[in-house]
Design a protein around this ligand. Structure first.
Ligand code: 5AD
Length: 328
């Protein structure tokens, strides 16, 4: 596969061929099915100061966190709406100790044993990952952000370590999680070469999930005046990732939906097979502003689940009400 050509060509026949092959491979593994996860943004407190992120430590934003009762309320609503998979995502917030998270996970699994629980709480120690897994967490999302060490250093403050991030991904894998990695498309200093390294990493690591979305500048961050990533390149990369790793679970991310009204549909037509509507409490959604104008209403909102399913149905997709596990 000539990846550079696929990502840069303006020949519509080549591009359509790429999307058709991505759809074919997805359909072969998963059928024409798109899985839904309810995304619960549990905290916008974060001890890290990533240069791109709108909720970085030094950002001047109103902070919030959800307690166990609030998280369970979100799950109750999600379950009623048909969700069987919940994602607890948040900044690296010290309030979410192992004890607190284990209790939350165990409570969700106790109430809803037919649901999967995914955590996306940043880097933690191996022992912590082990305890959360033991408490019932099924999956863990931790974007690697970039597989190029020098690039990583330009996106993150000095105290953050590329090696530790990679180590976390390997530990999660060893502990039996379904693991998701991923990166932003068009982040500052990204090149075709760093993208090639991201793709090689994905090919070698074979994660169960890959989350990619365009970089979108966030007000008040060092990158606030940088250019946003391209929707077109993001969609092509989704298709390339599907072709390199046909079994992967590939979300059509909100960043894509934020940048283009048909962003999510385009992703699905290029081989994506997961959507993650926002199931956070209505009054905290706007506070989880990792980038400007982040969508959390309309078709990004979990209460629109029926609407989302109808739109996908119109495109010819089933939206099963199940956990949507990785298919081996
Ligand atoms: N634009 C797009 N994606 C972002 N993320 C963080 N900040 C931004 C931004 N400005 C992504 C990172 C992180 C995930 C939760 O959101 O890749 O891992």
């Amino acid at each position: 596969m000539d990846i550079e050509r696929l990502l840069t060509t303006s020949d519509p026949e080549v591009v359509e061929g790429l999307y058709a092959e991505a759809r074919r491979l997805r359909d072969e593994v998963y059928g024409r099915r798109v899985f839904m996860r309810g995304l619960i943004e549990v905290s916008n407190h974060c001890k890290n100061d990533c240069l791109y992120c709108g909720i970085r430590r030094s950002a001047q934003v109103r902070r919030y966190r959800l307690d166990e009762g609030q998280v369970l309320d979100c799950c109750d609503e999600g379950y009623r709406l048909g969700f069987r998979s919940f994602v607890l995502q948040g900044g690296e917030d010290g309030w979410f100790t192992d004890e607190v998270v284990c209790r939350m996970v165990a409570a969700i699994k106790g109430r809803y044993p037919d649901c999967s629980v995914t955590l996306s709480l940043g880097e933690r120690g191996r022992e912590s990952f082990r305890r959360l897994r033991e408490a019932g967490a099924d999956r863990y999302l931790l974007r690697h952000e970039t597989a190029n060490r020098e690039h990583y250093a330009r996106l993150h403050p000095q105290e953050m370590s590329f090696d530790h991030r990679m180590q976390c991904l390997h530990e999660l894998r060893e502990l039996g999680y379904q693991v998701g990695c991923g990166f932003m498309v068009g982040s500052p200093y990204q090149t075709l070469d760093t993208i090639r390294q991201d793709l090689s990493f994905i090919e070698a690591f074979r994660p169960e999930m890959v989350g990619i979305g365009p970089f979108i500048p966030a007000a008040g961050t060092p990158f606030e005046n940088e250019r946003a990533g391209s929707v077109e390149l993001t969609v092509r990369l989704l298709a390339v990732i599907r072709c390199l790793h046909p079994h992967v679970l590939l979300p059509a991310t909100s960043a894509l939906g934020t940048m283009h009204p048909r962003g999510r549909e385009r992703a699905i037509e290029a081989g994506a097979n997961v959507v993650m509507p926002n199931l956070s409490p209505r009054d905290t959604r706007a506070l989880y502003a990792i980038y400007n104008n982040k969508l959390s209403t309309g078709s990004e909102a979990a209460e629109s689940a029926a609407d989302i399913r109808a739109r996908l149905k119109a495109l010819g997709y089933e939206v099963p009400l199940d956990r949507g596990d990785y298919s081996v």
